[in-house]
Design a protein around this ligand. Structure first.
Ligand code: MG
Length: 158
């Protein structure tokens, strides 16, 4: 078995949709990035790639590549599954935390976890998503951005 860890952060700006875990969440601002800037999926992808010892998200999906402009990060997650399985591994479970002052993410968490599980071909119970605020501290507390952390356990495919 191998464990991987991922972290990501994106800036909140006007004029962009807010997409977290593949769910479009009603909010006045969204995350800025080359892709859809889905900070949760980027952390999950980095955890999976890290666990398999395959480098990082930027190595496999370079932001300079026009093919990834505004791409759904669920597509990147599906490609990550191919990378992991191609290396002989299967996902055991994922735990993750989105650090976000607003909006309230609780109502959207089941849909985020379901999107991740479905894309990775895991049972829903294998994917956990949590949301936290930092009680007004730091860049997430100021509403300047959203951060996400994830860990992934992978095992040799049976
Ligand atoms: Mg990112």
């Amino acid at each position: 078995m191998r464990i991987g860890y991922g972290y990501d952060a994106h800036r909140l700006v006007e004029g962009r949709p807010l997409i977290l875990g593949g769910v479009t969440i009603p909010h006045a601002r969204g995350l800025l990035g080359h892709s859809d800037a889905d900070v949760l999926l980027h952390a999950v992808i980095d955890a999976l790639i890290g666990g398999a010892g395959l480098g990082d998200i930027g190595k496999h999906f370079p932001p300079a590549d026009a093919a990834f402009k505004d791409i759904s990060s669920l597509t990147l997650l599906a490609k990550t599954r191919e990378l992991i399985e191609g290396s002989g591994y299967a996902v055991v479970n994922i735990d993750s935390t989105v650090v976000c002052e607003a909006p309230r993410l609780g109502p959207h968490i089941p849909a985020m976890a379901e999107n991740i599980a479905k894309t990775l071909g895991c049972p829903p119970a294998s994917v956990n998503v949590k949301a936290k605020t930092e009680e007004g501290l730091g860049f997430t507390g100021a509403g300047a951005g959203i951060a996400a952390h994830a860990v992934a356990l992978i095992d040799v495919k049976k």
